[in-house]
Ligand binder design. Structure first.
Ligand code: ITT
Length: 184
């Protein structure tokens, strides 16, 4: 199964979650501008299928901060590379509601069309970046029922993450199952 992504961290996580062997494709897929990561992923999947002519999937993801009405959401990558984690924490300074969620929209495509799956992980923003695992916003995201950030506890991340939830739905759809989890 081909996972079209330029992000090697995402690819590694997906391979740790899925039981079938994944192949990373680096083809350059344009991303449409939209407030919906599901729409963005679906369009990217259509484009990828035109290029590859083989079943594949793509993923669009992001961090949605409740107090900021979902910002940075679909713009997570841009915000990460411009103001970064410290910029986001600065915007959040003094705010009482630090609730946030990661979302992952996976779009799978084959000859019968595109099918999308949405996964979410709820938590809150840390006061400062912690941990060296994971990528992107992981150092500032503390999932529910844990005190460590995703970057401090990447194993836990793979069990409860937005990506895990979306890929589990894809695995169920394809009837291939995911890797058995030891703890959950
Ligand atoms: P693609 O080639 O697959 O599109 P990308 O890095 O461009 O890879 P996105 O467009 O989906 O991915 O951007 C999502 C951004 O949101 C990503 O660059 C991170 O900054 C952030 N993000 C997404 N999932 C994350 C996760 O599991 N942990 C931390 N940050 C995440």
């Amino acid at each position: 199964m081909i996972f079209v992504t330029s992000n090697t961290y995402k690819f590694k996580e997906a391979q740790q979650i899925m039981s079938i062997k994944l192949k990373q494709s680096h083809i350059n897929v344009p991303e449409i501008q939209s407030d919906s990561i599901t729409e963005i992923a679906a369009e990217s999947a259509r484009y990828a299928y035109e290029q590859l002519g083989e079943p594949c999937f793509v993923e669009d993801s992001g961090l949605f901060i409740h107090e900021l009405h979902g910002f940075p959401g679909p713009y997570s990558k841009y915000v990460y590379y411009t103001i970064g984690l410290h910029g986001v924490l600065k915007i959040m300074a003094g705010k009482r509601n630090r609730g946030a969620e990661f979302r992952s929209a996976v779009a799978y495509v084959d000859s019968s069309g595109v099918k999308t799956f949405l996964g979410r992980a709820y938590g809150e923003l840390a006061e400062e970046p912690r941990g060296s695992g994971g990528f992107g916003y992981d150092p500032i995201f503390i999932p529910l029922k844990n005190t460590k950030t995703f970057a401090e506890d990447p194993e836990y991340k793979n069990k409860v993450s937005h990506r895990q939830h979306a890929l589990k739905q894809l695995a169920d759809y394809l009837s291939i199952g995911e890797k058995p989890s030891k703890h959950l």
